[in-house]
Structure formats: C-alpha cells, structure tokens
Write a protein that binds this ligand. Sequence first.
Ligand code: AMP
Length: 184
Amino acid sequence: AEIISEKLHIPTISTGNILREAIKNGTETGLKAKSFMDAGKLVPDDVIIGIVSERVAQPDCANGFILDGVPRTLPQAEALEAAGIHFDRVVSIEIEDAVIEARMTDRRVCGSFHLTAHPPKVEGVCDVCGKELIVRKDDAPETVKNRLKVFHAETEPLKDFYEKLGVLKLVEGNQPIEAATRDI
Ligand code: AMP
C-alpha cells in the first residue's frame, strides 16, 4: 500500500495505524480500542466506520485513496457502501496461514520493516526516523493465531461481497515485495 500510494500520489489509510496512533496519544478512541487490539480481536464496527468516514472526507482523499486493513466485517463493508464510499478495486492478498504466522515473527514496526523481506539498514533502528524498531504486541504467535481465526470468520466472507460487486482481485502474497507490488 505504501509503494502504490507513492506511485499514485494518493494517501493510504490504515485503520490499524490510526488506532495505534490513538492509543499512543491516549485518546478516547485509543482507550476503547486497546484491549481488543492487544487480544487480536476486532475493534467494534461503529468505531471503525467513524474513523474511515471522517478520514476519507479530508481534502487529500479527493483524488482517491487506498484503504489498508478495512473493511474487515460485513457491517463495515455495508456501512461504507451506504455512505457512498465505493471501491474501484478490492485486493485480497492470498497467503497460507502458516506463512503468515512465520512472517509475523520477523516483522518490526515504526516505519515498516521485516527482518528478511525488507530489513532496516541498521539493525533495530528505523531508516525513516532513527527511532527504535519494535515488535507489535499483537504479532505474538498466539495472538496471530487468533487474528487469523477472526480473519477467516469475519473478513474472508467479504471476498464474496466484493466478487458480487465485480471489483475483487486475488493476488498471490507468497512472493517478494516487488513481485506482489507488480501484480497488485
Ligand atoms: P492491522 O494493523 O491492520 O493488523 O490492525 C491491528 C488491529 O487493529 C487489528 O487486529 C484490530 O484489533 C484493529 N483493527 C484495525 N482495523 C480494523 C478494522 N477494520 N476493524 C476492526 N478492527 C480493526
């Protein structure tokens, strides 16, 4: 999403990033979201729908935007359609659970890095801002398992929803970043 966002000069809106920022800043939304996120559960739909509707109404979204990690439930998808927020394309990045579980172990965040797929120039340090890279609490193996369970139950059915709207594209996710970017 970050690479395509730069190419197309449109913003990426990641609800996960917005929520993590809200937690860091101790906002009301952050307080509501924290326990769900730490447990690998979904944050309630009304919180998410509010965040997205507000964000896509900003002027920098006038020429388009990429949503990352949202919608994740049928009510979220329906609410976005009902609010007139329609998508040209919906990309489902297809990867086996076992591969995801292995990948999450090596993920480091601040800017976005991965120890094998996209390592930082200096170990443990963000190339972008120089701050320490961290392991996301919800990338702990047990929490990842729970997130995958939630994904299959709540989010995967959205593929049918967007297939019916004629906008779904499947992309092979078990390949290097450059190849996945090209396919997307
Ligand atoms: P992500 O960074 O996309 O993996 O999101 C991290 C966590 O934030 C998820 O495991 C959820 O707890 C929460 N979250 C992010 N986006 C959504 C969403 N669209 N619906 C519900 N919860 C979300």
